[in-house]
Design a protein around this ligand. Structure first.
Ligand code: PMP
Length: 404
């Protein structure tokens, strides 16, 4: 992997922050965007902008072709059986809300959903909203000290009222890569479908929805070098077909009259209104960008950065506590320094040019389980270098000395 060449594709990496070169380690929140993606957004706005699926004119057809080319590209990327099983949303959050609203309408009082304690709020709150309209019970899988799910408890949570498992592929705090394939098999052996929140998996590893046998799989483009405002919900056809529409409006209908309306076929049934077709077109460029490097090489590089950084942190920072030590861990390091507030650590790192995230990371139930209010999180992307990893640890040593 030619990191210097890759870095030249990301103009933002040339920025100085507080007089120092930016070291961007907030990739879990959002990744940076290469020129190839930005150029496609610019190309669409300057030469190919017209609303999709509505016009016979050339521009509209070109915009429609660009959108549908991305749908096919996403289907290939995640090995979906057919493009119509790829539904464009605003992001992971909207994809999960779609399932909660629509599949949720098929649930009845007393039904149960299994979640895990490491879920992002976007895979908790939609189910609670559903539960505020019906009596839906949420069952929660806990984690062990390493930040791995307790699979015995998981197996024990199923009963005849279990209607869905909704869980993350990778934790945005602990970095734990969950054994989703075997957990899906376990759920299927009891006839229960599974929704996977893939927001933190899709940027780092190959996703094969058929190999996983996932019933739903959700992810966001902006975390995988793509544009903001676009996400994907993949679903199995028989489930998507039996689910009612999520939102009403243009694009999602077959015929409308005041007496009654019939709905469009998949995927359009779930895509009301004008989509972010510019962003959708640009998502294809992000997938091509990842493919041009190779997702396996990206993952190897990022995990090597994470392991090296962790080792140095543990050796050199007194009072360091790292949250998440799973055998299979994605390139995320969440930590605290004993006696110091995570905001202070984050603010001082920013003064030294290092961008990390601080706070509860939209995972307050996990924070409670860990017995903390928040932590600092450093997370790696394809363009990060060993030199940056070392500069981050050096900066952290300085910060911890300053705070003491
Ligand atoms: N799930 C996980 C695991 C995440 O990390 C995030 C983003 N931090 C989301 C869901 C929500 O993604 P978005 O904000 O792009 O909808």
């Amino acid at each position: 992997m030619d990191i210097e060449k890759i870095r030249r594709d990301f103009p933002i990496l040339d920025r100085q922050i507080n007089g120092r070169p930016l070291i961007y380690l907030d990739n879990t929140a959002t990744s940076q965007t290469p020129r190839q993606v930005v150029d496609e957004i610019s190309r669409m706005y300057t030469s190919a902008k017209a609303n999709v699926h509505r016009g016979v004119h050339t521009l509209s057809q070109e915009a429609t072709d660009a959108q549908e080319a991305t749908r096919r590209a996403v289907a290939r990327y995640i090995n979906a059986p057919a493009p119509e099983q790829v539904i464009f949303t605003r992001g992971t959050t909207e994809a999960i809300n779609l399932v909660a609203s629509s599949y949720g309408r098929l649930l009845e009082n007393g039904d149960e959903i299994i979640l895990t304690v490491m879920e992002h709020h976007s895979n908790i709150v939609p189910w609670q909203l559903l539960g505020s309209r019906k009596r839906i019970m949420l069952r929660v899988v806990p984690v062990n000290a390493r930040g791995e799910l307790d699979l015995n408890v998981y197996a024990s949570l199923f009963n005849e009222r279990t209607r869905l498992v909704a869980m993350c592929h990778v934790s945005n705090v602990l970095g734990t890569v969950n054994p989703v394939k075997s957990m899906i098999a376990e759920a299927h052996s009891r006839g229960v479908p599974v929704l996977i929140d893939g927001a933190q998996a899709s940027p780092h590893m190959r996703i094969d929805v058929q190999d996983l046998d996932a019933d739903f799989y959700a992810f966001s483009a902006h975390k995988m070098y793509g544009p903001t405002g676009v996400g994907v919900l993949y679903g199995k056809k028989h489930l998507l077909k039996m689910m009612p529409p999520y939102q009403g409006g243009g694009e999602m209908i077959a015929h409308v009259s005041f007496e009654g309306t019939t709905y469009a076929e998949l995927p359009f049934k779930f895509e009301a209104g004008t989509p972010d077709f510019v962003g959708i077109a640009a998502l294809r460029k992000a997938l091509e960008y990842i493919d041009s490097i190779g997702i396996e090489d990206i993952e190897r590089h990022e995990v090597a950065l994470m392991r090296h950084t962790q080792e140095r942190m543990l050796a050199e920072i007194p009072g360091l506590k790292i949250y998440g030590n799973a055998a299979d861990k994605s390139p995320v390091i969440s930590f605290n320094i004993e006696g110091e507030h995570h905001y202070d650590v984050g603010l001082l790192l920013d003064k030294l040019g290092v961008a990390v995230r601080t706070g509860h990371h939209c995972a307050q139930p996990l924070m409670k389980a860990l017995g903390i209010e928040g932590c600092v999180r450093a997370s790696f992307g394809v363009y990060n270098t060993m030199a940056e990893a070392d500069a981050f640890v050096d900066a952290l040593v300085r910060v911890s000395t300053m705070l003491r």
